[in-house]
Write a protein that binds this ligand. Structure first.
Ligand code: GAR
Length: 213
C-alpha cells in the first residue's frame, strides 16, 4: 500500500520479478489518486486501485474497505511502502504478523514524521532504515531487518534521505524475502531468523562518502 512516489514499491516489484524470489505482488492500493507510484505499478502490469480515505467519515470504515480489497486480491502479506495513514487497532490486529512497514530510521529512534530532519538536528552520526511487523503504536513492532547509513557533516534533509532511500531499496526486498520464505517470523515482540547469515548484513554495509549520494 502506498501514498506517494512508490520507489520502495518499485523495488519490491523489481525483486518479485526475480526467478527465485519467494513473493509476488498481487496488487497495489493507494489512498491517494495522485500517488505517482500508481502509474509505475500499472506499467509493470500490476493491478492498482485507489481507496481514498477522504471518502470515509470514520477510519474504521476506511480500514474495513482496505481489508475487503486486500482479501479480494487474496493477499497473504501487506507491505506498507510510504503509506502515510494511521491504521486502526482493528486493522492492525486483523493483519497481525502479516503487515510490514519500512521506516527511514534505525527504530526505535525517530519514529513518525521528518526522521531525517530530527536526526540531523541531534547530530547523530549513524542512521539507517528498518523493516518491521506493524503493531498498534506508530512505527513500532518486531524488527525484521535494519541497515545502517552514515550521516556526513554538511548533509541536508535531501542528501541524507536520498542516501537512506538507496539503502531502503535493498533492505525492503531482503526483508520481504525473509518473511515470505518463512525464514523470519515474529515470536512475540521479536523476530527470529533461521540460519542468520552475516553476508545478509554486509549487503547493506554503510556506503562510503565516495560511492554514495
Ligand atoms: C520512504 O522513505 C519510507 O521509508 C517512508 O516514506 C518514504 C516513501 O518513499 N515511510 C515512512 O516514513 C513511514 N513512517 P517511497 O514512496 O518512494 O517509497
Amino acid at each position: 500500500m502506498i501514498s506517494g512516489r512508490g520507489s520502495n514499491m518499485a523495488s519490491l516489484i523489481a525483486a518479485c520479478e526475480g526467478k527465485d524470489y519467494p513473493a509476488d505482488i498481487v496488487g497495489v492500493i493507494s489512498n491517494r489518486q495522485d500517488a505517482l507510484g500508481l502509474s509505475v505499478a500499472a506499467q509493470a502490469g500490476i493491478p492498482t486501485l485507489v481507496v481514498d480515505h477522504s471518502d470515509f467519515e470514520r477510519r474504521e470504515d476506511f480500514d474495513a474497505e482496505l481489508t475487503r480489497r486486500l482479501e479480494a486480491f487474496e493477499a497473504d502479506l501487506v507491505c506498507l511502502a510510504g503509506f502515510m495513514r494511521l491504521l486502526t487497532d482493528g486493522f492492525v490486529s486483523q493483519w497481525h504478523d502479516k503487515l510490514i512497514n519500512i521506516h527511514p530510521s534505525l527504530l526505535p529512534a525517530f519514529k513518525g514524521l521528518d526522521p531525517h530532519t530530527r536526526a540531523l538536528a541531534m547530530g547523530i552520526k549513524i542512521t539507517g532504515c528498518s523493516v518491521h511487523f506493524v503493531r498498534v503504536e506508530l512505527d513500532s513492532g518486531p524488527i525484521i531487518a535494519q541497515a545502517a547509513v552514515p550521516v556526513f557533516t554538511g548533509d541536508t534533509e535531501e542528501t541524507l534521505s536520498a542516501r537512506v532511500l538507496a539503502v531502503e531499496h535493498k533492505l525492503y526486498p531482503h526483508a520481504l524475502a525473509l518473511v515470505a520464505s518463512g525464514r523470519a517470523r515474529a515470536v512475540g515482540e521479536r523476530v527470529v531468523i533461521d540460519d542468520d547469515d552475516p553476508v545478509d548484513t554486509q549487503l547493506f554495509s554503510p556506503p562510503t562518502k565516495t560511492n554514495t549520494v
